[in-house]
Design a protein around this ligand. Structure first.
Ligand code: GLC
Length: 528
């Protein structure tokens, strides 16, 4: 494939590892670093450039590890720091870089800082690291303000009252108290944490909830309040990320921000040359399987990134989102947290056909692509029995929201092995047909989803790093060329279409029809 470009992250394929569910090396039912190390050859064969690990730090796991008790220690369920260092080095030997997930907005309530704040009592300097306030009402019995939970669907307040009368802020669960980013010690600590991981050889950092850190110090009500928003996308954030960028540059490290913002101009501000390198493309991820909407999403994405010189990212799902094959098989093929419901019907054959086409679409676009573990196997969203759901999003919605565990089920590796080869009895139950998706089955079948991903990632460099040009195409068809002479055509119409002129068919997401036309919900890569 020739040389890695210097700025590898501009066109990388980055594989997301949800450690808890990837592979279980010690047989206790929870995925771990030993499991990942054992499967590095699989990831190398898939051809990915980097691995993004969801938080692997010491954590009570009240929110799947996004409640961190120690940012410099690996959770014992996953392994040790020494193992993480080995993993980073071994992956690098295979040409695979490592991206860690930093959670700066909040810590676990078990974090020593929060424990010290609890013990120190009202008015103490320890409490200044968080947002402690007296309540409203005659006896302080009402929360200090009206902010809504950041877990969509949760009606529970973002404030919890302590026996000593103080309330503390948590945009997510009560076990995830928000840090006070106006405090210099908070900034200092996170700069040290970044150095800690860069020193250990990581190439990048994903920034969790990146647009939420800064709060209006007056913590005003949202209702009726004028802009700017008291806790989303505040201008102070840019100063924080500029100081982070200086550190990343020392190590040649890169950032990817979890920035959910509908305003594309505000979104792009995070990607200015002295801030974050990249951010997740949630507009593309939420986009329905619709030719016009997809084309608009692609155009908007490219247009918003161009002025700041940042590469786009293309994401179809992650550990928070309904699995792609399930989503694309539904009547509503977009993604919206608020619309999640138990029992939404889906046509998995249709969803899978579309997911295959979407894989070729995203891997042909200019920028970096994220692949969430199991996406390359075409895993559907699993129905988890209600009494086994651990995700706080489910519980905090009063049981209405199915939560996110359906996309977090331990992977199937070997069809004939117990627990489909994951390891011990998995922490989340695997559906009965899980073995049919197993890696060992798909690895020997070039027509499988895994076969398609492997081949697409291998061939992807044919698109080069040049810009995208839309080609004239029939209604419902997306067709574009990249400067290096490769074309991508996706048929979202409901009838087969003729292929444009080409010299070779490089890859197809499904068979052509009997007379060589491109069927509906199918994509091809062509050489012009
Ligand atoms: C991010 C994570 C999500 C987590 C939340 C709180 O959105 O992706 O999994 O629950 O932040 O940390």
């Amino acid at each position: 494939m020739g040389q890695q470009p210097t700025e590898w992250w501009r066109s990388a394929v980055i594989y997301q590892v949800y450690v808890r569910s990837f592979a279980d090396g010690d047989g206790d039912g929870t995925g771990d670093l030993a499991g990942v190390r054992a499967r590095l050859p699989y990831l190398a064969e898939l051809g990915v450039d980097a691995l993004w690990f969801n938080p692997w730090y010491l954590s009570p796991m009240k929110d799947g590890g996004y409640d961190v008790a120690d940012y410099r220690a690996i959770d014992p369920a996953f392994g040790t720091l020494a193992e993480a260092e080995k993993l980073i080095a071994e992956a690098r030997e295979l040409g695979i870089r490592t991206v860690v997930d930093i959670v700066p907005n909040h810590v676990s309530d078990q974090h020593p800082w929060f424990q010290a704040a609890l013990n120190a009592g009202p008015g103490s300097p320890e409490r200044e690291l968080f947002h402690f306030r007296r309540g409203r009402g005659k006896h302080g019995e009402l929360p200090p303000n009206d902010w809504p939970s950041q877990f969509v669907g949760s009606a529970e307040p973002v404030w919890t009252r302590l026996p000593d009368g103080d309330w503390y802020l948590h945009l997510f669960t009560p076990e995830q108290p928000d840090l006070n980013w106006a405090h210099p010690a908070v900034r200092q600590e996170h700069e040290d944490i970044l150095r800690f991981w860069f020193e250990r050889g990581v190439a990048g950092v994903r920034i969790d909830s990146a647009a939420l850190l800064a709060k209006d110090p007056a913590l005003p009500d949202l209702a009726g309040g004028p802009h700017p928003h008291p806790f989303v996308d505040r201008d102070e954030l840019h100063d924080i990320y500029r100081s982070w960028r200086v550190i990343a540059d020392e190590y040649d490290g890169v950032f990817v921000g979890e920035v959910w913002l509908p305003d594309t101009e505000r979104f792009a501000r995070y990607l200015r040359p002295d801030e974050l390198h990249t951010a997740f493309n949630f507009s593309f991820l939420s986009c329905p399987w619709d030719p016009g909407r997809l084309r608009t999403s692609i155009d908007t994405t490219l247009a918003e990134h161009a002025p700041v010189g940042a590469p786009a990212t293309w994401v179809l799902c992650n550990h928070d989102i309904t699995r792609t094959v399930t989503r694309y098989g539904r009547t509503d093929t977009g993604f919206d947290f608020a619309a999640k419901a138990f029992g939404t019907p889906t046509d998995l054959a249709l969803g899978t056909r579309r997911a295959r086409a979407a894989a070729l679409l995203s891997l042909a676009l200019p920028g970096a692509v994220y692949v969430y573990q199991g996406e390359e196997l075409g895993l559907p969203e699993a129905d988890i029995p209600r009494d086994r759901i651990e995700d706080p999003m489910h519980v905090r919605s009063g049981g209405k929201d199915p939560g996110r565990d359906g996309c977090r089920v331990p992977l199937p590796w070997a069809a004939g092995a117990p627990h489909a080869g994951f390891g011990g009895e998995p922490w989340l139950p695997q559906p009965a047909d899980w073995a049919s998706y197993a890696v060992d089955r798909q690895a020997v079948d070039p027509g499988s989803m895994l076969g398609l991903y492997r081949e697409a990632i291998r061939l992807r460099p044919v698109f080069g790093d040049g810009p995208l040009t839309w080609l004239p195409a029939p209604e419902g068809v997306l067709a574009f060329a990249r400067a290096d002479g490769a074309l991508c055509v996706v048929n979202l119409a409901d009838t087969p279409v003729d292929l444009p002129e080409h010299t070779a068919l490089l890859l197809a997401s499904g068979p052509m029809d009997g007379v060589g036309r491109l069927p509906e919900d199918t994509a091809v890569w062509l050489r012009s």
